[in-house]
Ligand binder design. Structure first.
Ligand code: ZN
Length: 124
C-alpha cells in the first residue's frame, strides 16, 4: 500500500494506542497536537510509518501496513486514557516527552473548562 509522505516523527512526538497494532506488529499512533499537513490532519497510523522505521513499499523487506484511520471514524484507545491502565504499544524504552505529558494535562484542563462553560451556557 502506498503511503503519503509524512514528516518523520520521534516516538516522544507520538501518542501510542493502548492495544491496537498495525498488521506489521508496530503500535498504532498519532501525532500529538496533529500533523503539519494542511488541515492539521489528526489520524491514527502505523508508528513505523510515522517514525520512518518502515521499509518503503516495493523495497526488499517491505511489509503491509494499515492505512490511516481518521479520528472521526475510528475509536482507538490511547495509552493516555485512564481505562488503558498503563497498557501501551509504545516500543520498550521510549517515553513520551515531559512536554507531551504536560500538554496532556493542558488538554484535560481545557476540556474541563469547555464543558463547564457549555453547561453554564445551557442553563442561562
Ligand atoms: Zn505497520
Amino acid at each position: 500500500m502506498s503511503q503519503p509522505k509524512v514528516r518523520i516523527y520521534r516516538d516522544c512526538d507520538l501518542v501510542y494506542a493502548a492495544e491496537a497494532r498495525c498488521p506489521c506488529g508496530a503500535g498504532m499512533a498519532y501525532v500529538r497536537g496533529g500533523t503539519d499537513e494542511p488541515g492539521g490532519g489528526r489520524y491514527w497510523d502505523c508508528a513505523d510509518i510515522l517514525t520512518g522505521r518502515a521499509v518503503d513499499s516495493g523495497k526488499p523487506g517491505s511489509v503491509m501496513h494499515t492505512g490511516r484511520a481518521p479520528f472521526v471514524f475510528y475509536e482507538i484507545k490511547s495509552e493516555g486514557q485512564p481505562s488503558a491502565c498503563g497498557l501501551t504499544t509504545r516500543p520498550a524504552g521510549s517515553k513520551p516527552a515531559l512536554r507531551a505529558r504536560i500538554w496532556d494535562k493542558v488538554c484535560d484542563v481545557r476540556n474541563a473548562v469547555t464543558e463547564t462553560v457549555e453547561a453554564i451556557w445551557d442553563r442561562e
